[in-house]
Design a protein around this ligand. Sequence first.
Ligand code: RRO
Length: 311
Amino acid sequence: MSLSTQFLGHTYANPLMNASGVHCMSVEELQELDRSSAGAFITKSATPAEREGNPEPRYYPVALGSINSMGLPNRGFDYYLDYVLNRESKGDGRVFFSVAGMSLADNLAMLHRLQDSDYTGVTELNLSCPNVPGKPQVGYDFEQTQQILTEVFQFYKKPLGVKLPPYFDMVHFDTIAGILNRFPLAYVNCINSVGNALYIDTDLEQVVVKPKNGFGGIGGQYVKPTALANVRAFYVRLNPEIKVIGTGGITTGRDAFEHLLCGATMLQIGTQLCKDGTPVFDRVASELQQIMDSKGYKSIDEFRGKLQSIE
Ligand code: RRO
């Protein structure tokens, strides 16, 4: 296999990861990811204290994807910090840590703890959870995004990426990229789910998730074109030191190939991991390898970011 990928000083067997939130709530699930063929993996977004999340049903798989309104259920910051610190002795940098405070103060408190801990890995700051009632997605508030990053980078010196919501307007791509370029970010992760959509069971004439009258985040095949557009838009606008992680609609090796062509370095799988479990990584990796072999590519670096426009 030649899917080897360099990212932030580590070399991973392949670019594949879980998307935060999927298959990473408990130590048991994280250990299963650790044993899988995923190049790296990430914890469920943590809040300072454990949260139950929204009432069920809160996740609903459909043919072309999924809708979720989980509401940030997680075991609390200390649970995941203990896990990553215990695992760190492996020294391979395969585990990333996700934080999603519900206030600036929560985020700063968790990042201070990580800064002061022995954790040396990558941290992802989730600025885009769509599902906590009354809490807007930070990434859509450009001033707040700038304020958070300004405060964080006053003290945070370890590798930090941000998980972004999808943007849908060229002016928004320009504006948010302009803000992100002012900070020593390790990466941006595009995209979180497409927030506040509605899926309807026509037989029942009813929504399929309970929270927020059925409004939830869409993932899976529905969102791939939006995800690719966001990966591409940030890849061409960000300083080259800021890498892009591609998330959204990766179901097959072909989807993975397209994300890489748009400029992604690592790739995250959410909905399809939920459907297939960890064997998804073997399948997507071997499908990606087949496409590369058929095109004569020996490494991902030969085609990453090289999407062509029509002259
Ligand atoms: O837990 C969730 O409801 C959730 C989160 Br934190 C997120 O970032 N994205 C998403 O689709 N669901």
